[in-house]
Design a protein around this ligand. Sequence first.
Ligand code: PXG
Length: 459
Amino acid sequence: MPESNKEALQRLDAAHHLHPFTDGRALQQKGTRVIERGEGVYLWDADGNRILDGMAGLWCVNLGYGRQELIDAANAQLQRLPYYNLFFQTTHPPAAELAATLAGLLPGDLQHVFFTGSGSECNDTVVRMVRHFWAEQGSPERQVIISRHNAYHGSTLAGASLGGMKPMHAQGGLPLPDMVHIDQPYHFGEGQGIDPEKFGLERARQLELKILELGPERVAAFIGEPIQGAGGVIIPPASYWPEIQRICKKYDILLVADEVICGFGRTGHWFASEYYGLEPDLLCMAKGMTSGYIPLGAVAVGRRVAETLINGGEFFHGFTYSGHPVACAVAQACIEVMQKEHIVERVRDDIGPYLQQRWASLGDHPLVGETRGLGLLAALELVADKTTLAPFPTDAGAGIICREHCFEQGLVMRAVGDTMIISPPLVISREQVDELIHKARQALDLTLSTLEQPTRKAP
Ligand code: PXG
């Protein structure tokens, strides 16, 4: 039989392509999944299977695939000015206009933005910016940035160090110096039996203990995702963020909200900081900013930091593609579509509550220990015992089994350990939510029977 197009691609891929976050040998044995095209909330693979993308790519394709407005904006900008930089006292229309548009959407006094090409670059920028800020303020010893275990802040050296992913730290001697971690506000996983609000306060107060241990005069900033995404859609108890904010104010520590996932409507607000009443000094955004069509990120900066940066001499930092004109044009078009179609309000008032109500209905499944969510983010916890909420042994691979069954059903759902998570495009319809829930339930049933087979092999 002649080699199919899919097989040819798999062969080339196996011969030459190193994949991100992938066990290369396992991939080569299994053969890469080839995704060929997308339309709305659906993807098609090389075998012609239609798959509902419950993750919006990697939490980013908020407007779904194939939006003509975004394609046209990229096209027009490619023809007009495909590239110019923002260094050396230069700007171009897409960057200047997008900066102003963002200032109009951002909460609090976040009125300036520094463009990057990704979320990781945002967090590297944050580290350089806050240290530069404190040096300019006459406190160069304020170097330490406090983050959380199981946070995700990207894959560059600073991003991975700020993140709290142990396997990432284990490769290459991370974290970098002066990046330290406190515990996360993960009630289901780490606070069973404790009142959630009490638990939220306890976890927030670890920040104060850490500041006192280090010495407040050494601490530059605290960084956190308002809701942890890659860590498993961890939604903190209501008591958590106000206490973090109080502690940051008390010790004059900059608060950085990493909204790379939460921003641009994911929680039913333009930014989750609004939902939590947070007043961050810096705010990172990327992903949904362009609906993932083209790489772009930005760090928004409040008045105090902006004034210091503007008056602090040259800030020796920037990327060739910071504020790329084509990416800025796509972001502008993306925001305009969101405004015209009232997408954020729809997530807050209509499709978000609908998804959450339907998602909660999965809570009666024998495998499910908890369901939770906000806006169009949701998670469920797979447990070995629904009454005691006892987890599966790690080698049971329940999450991976469930993820594979989802794929067989034509649904992308991610597994973080035994936590199943979704983050579908914000344009998903009620019928498509019903389809997602139906497929998720089928996958849960299949997972249960796989786990009950006495002779089954771990995946
Ligand atoms: N901050 C947060 C909160 C993120 O979720 C980044 C920073 C880094 O962004 P870039 O654009 O450099 O990737 C992220 C990225 C997953 C997954 O498996 C999550 C991300 C990236 C890749 C995989 O959940 N988040």
